[in-house]
Design a protein around this ligand. Sequence first.
Ligand SMILES: Cc1cc2nc3c(=O)[nH]c(=O)nc-3n(C[C@H](O)[C@H](O)[C@H](O)COP(=O)(O)OP(=O)(O)OC[C@H]3O[C@@H](n4cnc5c(N)ncnc54)[C@H](O)[C@@H]3O)c2cc1C
Length: 214
Amino acid sequence: MPGYGWIFPLGDGRVNVGVGLLSNSGAGKGVNTTKLQEYFVAQAGDAWGLNDETCLGPPTGGRLPMGLSIGPRVGPNTLTIGDATGMVNPFNGEGIAYGYESGRLAAGVLGEALLANDPSALSLYDERLEAAYGDYFKVARAFVRVISEPRILSVCVGTGLRVAPLMRELLTIMANLMSNDAKGPAELGYRALRRLADVVPERAYQLLLQESNA
Ligand SMILES: Cc1cc2nc3c(=O)[nH]c(=O)nc-3n(C[C@H](O)[C@H](O)[C@H](O)COP(=O)(O)OP(=O)(O)OC[C@H]3O[C@@H](n4cnc5c(N)ncnc54)[C@H](O)[C@@H]3O)c2cc1C
């Protein structure tokens, strides 16, 4: 199942415990997340002292919108940034840097609109976000579609994770650490993926699915 569990120490003896699932995943659909959380806590409980007495509150839940999936981003006098505009990287769930970066882009556009006394200049924000992240998030969304298929995920985890050089390059792509100028394996791999995501996302997915069924 594509997802993960976490236990984050909060620094004062408390921990934040949770589970996350890809909501577009076939395997994740219809899963009772409260039960999944209970299952996770039951597994980790002894090691971390998690039980009914130490629990400090009922579980809460929410969605992390990814891959620029929220809109509109520009209103007559508003701009949305960070999670409010779906700036989480679908490859890895990171949204902190993207929150700051979209904030910086928004501030720039806002400054220009104020200087020009022209609210319509706010629409530049959409263009700049798309120019900076549109392609990358498109590739990331295609990747998520592919790994949402449990059989594909298990092949990738079973073989790919053991190949250290492959993982190093893949992580460079997944964390968006490529350089525009470099021509290393990660950069070349990403450019190939970008072309693939443009041309054949659904077809590639179906082929991979058939392959994994075989
Ligand atoms: C379990 C988990 C693990 C994560 N791990 C990582 C990680 O390792 N690395 C990473 O990069 N990202 C991670 N993320 C994602 C990251 O936390 C978010 O993408 C990031 O915090 C988004 O920042 P933001 O400022 O857009 O939104 P938020 O951090 O959600 O900030 C929004 C703020 O607005 C406040 N607010 C809401 N409504 C109102 C209102 N009406 N009036 C006033 N204030 C209001 C909220 O209280 C909140 O403080 C993780 C997320 C989760 C849930």
